[in-house]
Design a protein around this ligand. Sequence first.
Ligand code: FES
Ligand code: FES
Length: 153
Amino acid sequence: MLTLNINHKIIKVDVPEDMPLLWVLRDVLGLMGTKYGCGIGECGACTVHLDGEAVRSCNLPVGLIGERSVITIEGIADDPIAQKILDAWITHQPTQCGYCQPGQIMTAISLLKKNENPSNEEIEREMSGHICRCGTYQRVKEAIKDAAGEVEE
Ligand code: FES
Ligand code: FES
């Protein structure tokens, strides 16, 4: 039995320690907002926050998490920086099919938490690990610049 801190709640789960966190979130806890894309840490669809850092959950064994806090897309509602990102997403409408978007949003939030005024290059570097088959990269960048309080040129 493992004890996890997920979305500000202490939860016990009876799973093998080597089960990837993504499986625990989706299949055990029913938190379906975090997506399965590649399963090998290459696409970003499964991104969550671990103590505030954006991490891939598809290749993170749940037994390695310990007491660190996990936040998924379902757990961001009360976060003011997340709210800025969500407002900018509504304004700039990057979402097409939507599959990659929860992961992109989680990385965008963690970026603004550590750097409230990122340059274009910093945004591109941070978001470069996210693959979007719908090609929303430019609008995602515009939304992040807007959330950071900058006028997109
Ligand atoms: S599903 Fe985790 S990085 Fe692609
Ligand atoms: S919006 Fe469709 S994969 Fe990104």
